[in-house]
Write a protein that binds this ligand. Structure first.
Ligand code: CMX
Length: 140
């Protein structure tokens, strides 16, 4: 059910400064940015030039102190926070992983970047990696 690596997520304290760093040093380009209130993040997706459908780097900055990203920054500081796989059907993928005994964080998929549907595998059930499953919105 996994078609590719969709993105890797990096927790940052200041989104604008992080974007500038990635643009100036790595030449990546912002292809999308938004605020996701439910997830408590300001985020930007960056791609290599000419590779806008390839894997992205997702920069994640906290909107509020009780958000997952704020907690991550407090505990570990900035750095890699998640690995996201693109899937064709997040409900089927979540059900299959649950059947394998892995804990999914949400009973039902929630809204992710650009209208996608997402769920997460608890990092303690995935070798210390927070795994996100992303079903892109139709047309993306
Ligand atoms: N990667 C790896 N390990 C992690 C982790 C991460 N991102 N976040 C927490 N952990 C580890 C902690 O280090 C801790 O380990 P120890 O017990 O060995 O110290 C353990 O997991 C804590 O687990 P917990 O108490 O159950 O959970 P937390 O309150 O720390 O929250 C998590 C962790 C994954 C449940 C929470 O971050 C979450 O709900 N994440 C999903 C939502 C999210 O990340 N949103 C932001 C991105 C939005 C987007 O991608 O669109």
């Amino acid at each position: 059910f996994i078609t590719t690596i969709d993105h890797v997520g990096v927790a940052v304290a200041d989104l604008d400064r992080a974007i500038e760093f990635y643009e100036q040093n790595f030449g990546l380009e912002v292809t999308h940015s938004e605020v996701n209130e439910e997830q408590g993040v300001r985020e930007a997706m960056l791609h290599a030039p000419g590779d806008s459908s390839g894997p992205a780097v997702q920069l994640l900055a906290p909107l509020r102190e009780d958000s997952a990203i704020a907690k991550f920054l407090d505990r570990q500081g900035p750095g890699l926070q998640q690995l996201a796989y693109r899937v064709t059907d997040v409900d089927a993928a979540s059900a299959a992983l649950r059947d394998n005994g892995l804990r999914l964080l949400y009973p039902e998929a929630r809204r992710g970047t650009a209208g996608s549907r997402i769920n997460f595998v608890h990092p303690k059930d995935a070798g210390g990696v927070l795994v996100e499953l992303v079903e892109p919105a139709a047309g993306h």
